[in-house]
Design a protein around this ligand. Structure first.
Ligand SMILES: Cc1cc2nc3c(=O)[nH]c(=O)nc-3n(C[C@H](O)[C@H](O)[C@H](O)COP(=O)(O)O)c2cc1C
Length: 320
């Protein structure tokens, strides 16, 4: 059996889980390849019997994952499993992603999710889920990878009863209201993203262009293109990665990041704590950061006041 694991990962959590899943799958399948979604096309998927598709949770699904399944040609029953990493509110991911994979013609044979640290300009540092994915998460991911290969084989051999039902849309009402409100927000809730060409050192650096989830940036053309609007980014998917990884501070949020995040500090605290306390009681969440040490007074970009706020490796050094 040939398995292809495809992932999108901004801050590295999903990539770590994807590699653990691949390691587990290698114990049961002949060939297991792993690739970032940036390096995958539909044609190459035809060579594989089983696909694994993973990403972080962004409200529901990140826009590049949505683009992947919405544009996919009919997959004629090809087996797929879905996996995700997330912060406090994973609720909408599987109920949105799995039916869409089915609509694209995949047979969805399983799904699993793990907690991951959250790196966003205005989110607490440390965050509640810091330390995840940890060793136990990776062990679980290995098991999951192996189980998916074995399940795919058995389903192909006729045990179609092993195909799990589509998830019920039974999200906790508080979480649902919070997520729906986020989805309805107009523009980027973290602020409009603006690039100052005077401070930009392109072509010496092309980080923002290489890492843009939506390929919104092209600094090689004239006039240069930056963001969803061409001259700035105001996409409501709440990404601010170019701002986080720019080494020179050429990319800023408008209104100014400090002014922007001040009013939102602590707004979601009660909800986050309620959700995580319940998850902890159910044994779904293991804390590495005690609740009273979560950095609500030190949002990420205040805790890390140096550029880049988050260091990414040059794209060509990414082995997958
Ligand atoms: C733009 C953005 C939106 C996010 N939205 C959610 C969300 O709605 N629910 C949630 O639980 N986590 C959310 N997160 C947290 C990520 O899902 C979490 O940090 C994930 O582990 C990141 O994975 P990565 O390191 O592979 O990028 C969001 C993170 C970002 C950057």
């Amino acid at each position: 059996m040939k398995v292809l694991i495809i992932y999108f990962s901004q801050s590295g959590n999903t990539k770590k889980i994807a590699h653990s899943i691949a390691e587990g799958a290698r114990g049961a399948a002949e060939v297991v390849d792993i690739k970032s979604i940036k390096h995958v096309n539909y044609e190459m998927m035809q060579d594989y019997d089983l696909i694994g598709l993973g990403s972080p949770v962004w409200k529901a699904d990140p826009p590049n994952i949505r683009r992947f399944y919405e544009n996919a040609p009919d997959q004629k029953g090809k087996h797929i499993f879905s996996f995700a990493t997330h912060g406090t509110m994973p609720g909408f991911y599987f109920p949105v992603v799995l039916p869409n994979l089915k609509k694209a013609g995949f047979t969805v044979i399983g799904s699993a999710r793990w907690y991951g640290n959250v790196v966003m300009p205005g989110m607490p540092e440390p965050y509640y889920t810091a330390g995840h994915p940890d060793e136990q998460d990776c062990e679980e991911a290995k098991e999951f990878g192996k189980e998916m290969v074995l399940r795919s084989r058995r389903i192909s051999a006729g045990e179609t009863g092993l195909i799990p039902p589509m998830p019920k849309n039974d999200i906790d009402p508080d979480q649902a209201v919070a997520i729906v409100n986020m989805l309805l927000e107009y523009g980027n809730p973290q602020g409009k993203i603006i690039r100052d060409p005077e401070k930009c050192i392109y072509p010496k650096c092309s980080c923002c262009m290489d890492y843009c989830t939506m390929d919104y940036i092209d600094l090689s053309c004239t006039p240069q293109k930056f963001g969803s609007e061409g001259c700035c980014c105001d996409d409501n998917h709440e990404c601010a990665w170019c701002f986080m990884i720019c080494p020179t501070g050429a990319i800023r949020l408008d209104p100014d990041v400090y002014e922007h995040i001040k009013p939102s500090i602590g707004v979601r605290k009660t909800l986050f704590e309620k959700i995580l306390n319940e998850a902890e009681e159910k044994g779904d969440f293991r804390r590495h950061v005690p609740a009273d040490e979560v950095g609500f007074n030190t949002p990420y970009v205040i805790a890390h006041q140096k550029h880049p706020y988050f260091r990414v490796p040059p794209m060509n050094q990414n082995e997958d």
